[in-house]
Design a protein around this ligand. Structure first.
Ligand code: NAP
Length: 239
């Protein structure tokens, strides 16, 4: 619950009447399998949601516990399971072909999860957009880059997978409530380039950055999944 996405989902579930129990890894080490199983037994959850980093074996253990209890297990994955591509959009049938360390790690976690629990809910998220700097989001990245370099260069030919945090939390909440296992792609970007997104965020934030259009990279990482109902990014960007 100290991360970026988890507290937003936690608040949303709390507001909907759920009792949300954080996993404090200083109290229950993810490396101690028996302590993990004991903790899950003590909490006796009706759902387990995994929105942290951590070893694939830990994801597998939580998936196994959820499967044996017959409760939903949500694992949050990432668009980074896909290698960079210039032709999009990505669909759920696209191969997970990432060669990056992070992408391969998340593919391992997904596989470990599915092996333990074929009906797990796996949600691949795009880059998250928050309201302020200070967490793992695009907005934080933009403040960071502008702080160091002065100018934000943004490609007019890069179409990133991305969503506002609140919309992601709403989708994850829906997936938990619906509890239909499978792999889902969670992306609000239907047609906006990185330059268009950054320019709109710059306006929303009161023009803190100088944004310059550039031609590279040329990438289309948008993900489409008709089962996911989230407002388009353009609505949130007011463009
Ligand atoms: N933010 C994004 O733009 C984005 C994009 C695509 C996908 N995702 C996915 O969404 C999920 C949540 O991401 P996030 O951005 O919220 O992450 P985050 O802000 O970086 O938080 C990560 C959380 O993981 C925990 N963690 C770190 N190392 C760990 C370890 N070795 N073992 C167990 N837990 C560990 C941390 O717990 P402590 O508080 O205990 O340190 C922290 O709460 C992740 O699965 C991520 O891959 C995020």
């Amino acid at each position: 619950m100290n991360g970026t996405v988890a507290p937003v989902l936690g608040n949303r579930l709390g507001a909907a009447g759920w009792d949300v129990v954080p996993w404090d890894r200083s109290a229950v080490s993810p490396d101690d399998a028996s302590a993990c199983r004991r903790f899950i037994g003590d909490v006796n959850p009706s759902v387990i949601a995994h929105l942290a980093m951590g070893a694939p074996d830990w994801a597998g253990l939580m998936a196994e516990e959820a499967a044996s209890r017959g409760i939903p297990f949500l694992f949050t994955s990432t668009v980074s399971v896909y290698a960079d591509r210039t032709v999009g959009p990505i669909t759920v049938d696209s191969p997970t072909d990432s060669t990056s360390e992070y992408g391969r790690y998340k593919i391992d976690c997904e596989e470990r999860t599915r092996r333990s629990y074929p009906d797990a809910i796996i949600a691949r998220l795009g880059w998250q957009i928050g309201d302020a700097p200070g967490s793992n989001t695009m907005v934080h990245h933009l403040y960071d880059v502008a702080g160091h370099v002065g100018t934000v260069e943004a490609s007019t030919r890069w179409f990133p997978a991305c969503s506002f945090l609140g919309d992601t939390a709403a989708v994850l909440h829906g997936l938990i409530e619906r509890s239909v296992g499978g792999t889902y792609l969670v992306d609000s970007n239907r047609r906006s380039s990185f330059f268009e997104i950054v320019s709109a965020l710059n306006r929303i934030h009161g023009h803190p950055w100088r944004v310059e259009p550039i031609d590279e990279p040329i990438l289309d990482m948008r993900m489409v999944d008709e089962r996911i109902d989230a407002p388009p990014l353009t609505t949130r960007l007011q463009v």
